[in-house]
Ligand binder design. Structure first.
Ligand code: FES
Ligand SMILES: [Fe+2]
Length: 362
């Protein structure tokens, strides 16, 4: 293996055959990545990282989210250690201030004969959309030319969906996480925590933008039957029925549905070649509760808000089990990067192909 520098500063490891090793490939930055929840960004700075780039987020005086390089041009300390003053970032060290365009706007000890230092911090396009902060770290010209839109998550605000979420913070390359999410044959790991069983890969479609896989599975979840709630807590009562399990790698994010009633998404933010952060969001649809739809909107909103995050403990339990596996995969990979284990799931072969195609588009 040889290591080559990439545009994003990370090493691209090239296997002996000349093919880039998927376990160290950088993400294509010309997509929208999720760097925070909307509620996390306030009028105080918040640090985030996308593939080695330190970013600072804050809300300006009008409540709009701004995203800039998290590096004071004076001494290169983190601006996220400072504060926001009059809607501008103020460095904690000497108090220099920077406006949303990334230019120095104030130095507290500037003498009469001195000019403000000319410096330009990198700024990022950012969108406050469906409860999350979507950031575009790539080429602005391409963004405008191709009108690239964030995937979005309309169910987050939709009155008929109850959301729960948890954070995945895993010391592994993002390819291990997306493969885990696309591989429905790892149900053994989750045992009683999981709502489906006996998956069989049925169809697979792949392009250079996404991979869509349908598994025929079985589930005991059935939202319109009250008895099914008891099955959630008492595994002995569970009765399985056939259910379609669809999983999609909508690069760089993941979307899945179980039947008509459940949707789970995973919004990615690769931090480094060995660290990935993501939000796992579970939605339960209330569409089948027809009587609920006739009730006043204020009551329906109350139900949605009251049940928000009800499944967080369940999600966190699943994530803990997966993270244990992913981190072991990463450690084993670093010890022996040339090892290629046998793979029987063709979904994963297509996932790796898509990662390579996207990396080449960078
Ligand atoms: S290091 Fe930021 S103002 Fe000096
Ligand atoms: Fe899992």
């Amino acid at each position: 293996m040889v290591a080559l520098p990439s545009q994003s500063g990370a090493d691209l490891t090239v296997a002996a055959g000349g093919r880039q090793d998927v376990r160290s490939l950088g993400p294509n930055p010309n997509h929208w990545y999720v760097v925070a929840r909307s509620a996390e960004v306030t009028d105080q700075p918040l640090g985030a990282t996308f593939w080695g780039e330190a970013i600072v987020l804050y809300r300006d005086t009008e409540g709009h989210i701004q995203a800039l390089e998290d590096r004071c041009p004076h001494r290169q300390v983190k601006l996220s250690e400072g504060e926001v003053t009059d809607g501008e970032l103020e460095c904690i060290y000497h108090g220099w201030r920077f406006d949303a365009a990334g230019q120095c706007s104030h130095v507290p000890y500037l003498a009469d004969h001195q000019k403000l230092p000319s410096c330009q911090l990198k700024t990022y396009p950012v969108q406050d959309l469906n409860g999350f902060v979507w950031l575009f770290p790539g080429d602005r010209d391409q963004l405008e030319r191709e009108n690239i839109q964030p995937m979005g998550l309309p169910e987050w605000e939709h009155i008929n969906y109850i959301a729960s979420f948890t954070v995945i913070d895993v010391e592994s390359h993002y390819s291990f996480l997306i493969e885990n999410l696309m591989d429905m044959y790892h149900g053994r790991l989750h045992d009683d925590l999981q709502a489906w069983a006996n998956p069989v890969l049925d169809t697979l479609e792949a392009t250079d933008q996404r991979v869509d896989v349908l598994y025929n599975a079985q589930s005991y979840y059935r939202i319109d039957k009250i008895w099914s709630v008891s099955q959630l807590f008492i595994p002995a009562l569970r009765q399985l029925h056939p259910e379609e399990l669809r999983v999609s790698y909508v690069y760089p994010h993941w979307v899945s549905t179980l039947g008509q009633d459940f949707k789970i998404c995973c919004l990615f933010c690769p931090i480094s070649p060995t660290h990935t952060r993501a939000y796992l969001i579970h939605f339960t649809s209330l569409k089948r509760f027809h009587r609920l739809h006739k009730l006043p909107m204020a009551f329906r909103r109350f139900v949605k808000n009251r049940l928000f995050n009800a499944a967080q403990g369940l999600l966190a339990g699943l994530v803990k089990q997966d993270v244990l596996m992913l981190e072991q995969e990463q450690v084993a990979y670093l010890k022996n990067p040339d090892y290629k284990g046998p793979e029987l799931n063709r979904a994963l072969i297509n996932v790796q192909k898509l990662i390579r195609q996207q990396a080449q588009q960078d």
